[in-house]
Design a protein around this ligand. Sequence first.
Ligand code: D41
Length: 691
Amino acid sequence: MQTNSFGSESLEKNSETSPKILAEQYRQTLNKYNYEYYVLDAPSVPDAEYDRIFKLLQELEVQFPDLVTPDSPTLRVGGAPLAVFSQVRHTVPMLSLNNAFDDADVHAFVRRLEEGLPGQLPKIDYAVDLKFDGLAISLIYKFGLLVQAATRGDGNVGEDVTENIRTIRTIPLRLRGENPPELLEVRGEVVMFKEDFNKLNARQREAGLKEFANPRNAAAGSLRQLDAKITSRRNLRFFAYGLGELKIDDKYQRPATLTDLFHWYSQLGISVCKERALVSSIDELLAFYRQTEQTRDQLAYEIDGVVYKVNSFALQQQLGFVSRAPRFALAHKFPAQEQLTTVLNIEVNVGRTGAITPIARLAPVKVGGVIVTNATLHNEDEIRRKDIWIGDAVIVRRAGDVIPEVVATIPDQRPVTARRFVMPTRCPDCGSEIVKSGDEAIARCSASWIKCSAQRKGGLWHFASRKAMFIDGLGEQLLDRLIDQNIITTAADLYKLGFTSLATLDRMADKSAKNVIAAIEASKKTTLARFIYALGIRHVGETTAKDLARYFGDIYPMMEATEEQLLEVNEVGPVVAKSIITFFSDPLNREVVKQLIAAGVHWPKSEMMASKQIFSGKTFVLTGTLPTLSRETATALIEAAGGKVQSSVSKKTSMVLAGEEAGSKLVKAQELGVRIISEAELMQMLDHFTN
Ligand code: D41
């Protein structure tokens, strides 16, 4: 019998097991893997193992078509496309939720509960969960088998999307457990994770297809595909949040609360979101809301609020409904991350590297609690692809800390006066030609920062910024004025600024001038990594700057480094290496570095020592008496260069440092073929890299 590392030896095809039993075993294994992956969030095998068993089952079913059961995981890939979706009437209507937008709405909700349940308020438990930004779906299981899935539609009639829903691996085709209910209708939300959304849009972009505006639209678009094969490629997920119809044998207890229901769902293999709580006061409801609002960006999926529900089904029943919404539930919404507004104009911004970014000037609109007046349009291709015109009504989006962006235009609302954006051919700042090189999407000003004051402003702003030289109090406006009035040109000029030249600027109080001078003075003491980052070399971000600082230990060896040497540095590839070479081949850049150091910019010497990590990843063993160094000093030198000193020799030892009267360690090193060095050789290595 064949065996594999995952212990599914009984699953291999062999002559003793009947195809029917084999198929059943495959199905059970696949269902188990799915359950572990999607419900327990703890897969026991890699994806490839799932795929392998899946293929075995598929082959078996092709050979013996009678073996295909309605819950076979192979049905998840989608069959022949449909002509239209048929309609489904919901036996229990799928209601909508009342919304709350502020604390007062939540207080009013609790007051209404009090009116509906006189005298019971202090004892009410609330089940609170997240409000997923997806599509509401009803799943019907008969005797444990998924028989129908439908969209919410208008709440009474939805569309039959059974074939599409079958492709979603978080939805069990058969419920777990021995005694499934006669009928169970699970209500929940189909969503697309942010990561899958980004991947999907990247694929759409590459294929020249239209991108989806947000994960919700992508989930909806993916589910409502007549060809379920497309749905199967989209990696949709499902979270259950409620109950529709339930027919269950009297022998079994019906869930009495939402807490019971979710617990039962988990046992049946239906995924419920873990971010839930059971609370019993308004303060706790609001605390859950605030807490969730703080952490929403860290979730894998998008939510647009939280939902409060009376936990007990009996109390829910007593409370009943107001028009089309239950009185027992409330959706407390977060400020919207998307709003409709108008593009007043499209202008271009020149960055510190000369990159030209088109910016949409927008009619001011409040998005996610903040007034937005500008949004990035990234580049010209993006404007074409999204077909954004000046004057268009557009959807702007602001998620977390990211720069607001224009998601999509509403072409139906395009006014007759709307006009297309034309990319300027000349830099709006210095008038130099704008060029686009090769396959780069970004257009750039062809001049250097010496000629283009926009690049100079951007460069100096970066130089002074928090993660670079951190010149506190040197604001963007002040910098712009200093550059516009030709008081400073380069970063080095900042350190030549006198009190008088600052204080004579319009609107500059003596006190603030003093503060700025003090901040500039204070910034002289820095670290090499910050200094490298501050230079604003293209492709050299904070992390790369740290790697470079560690490798070179000082700025001069880095300035002289060859491409081969640069490629030795952690994380530095050909593009970064070329960019560094280009930067330092400009005599002006070299001059600025020199002047900065002459002006007193410095970093601690100890960092220079510590940053010589030439022995990083290497292990040493010391043996015998060294001619001049003590054991301690030798160890300190090796460790300062990033090496480790160990007590015994093995195959993995990099070098053995041997002195007089070396003993068994030397013999072992010789046997194992480990490199043996003397103190002189060690010093030579260290010297070679420190000079
Ligand atoms: O996450 C959601 N979008 C969500 C929707 C949720 N977490 N809970 C919900 N609970 C209900 C009731 C209280 C009726 C069981 C809902 C919805 N309904 C709902 N979604 C769309 C219409 C109604």
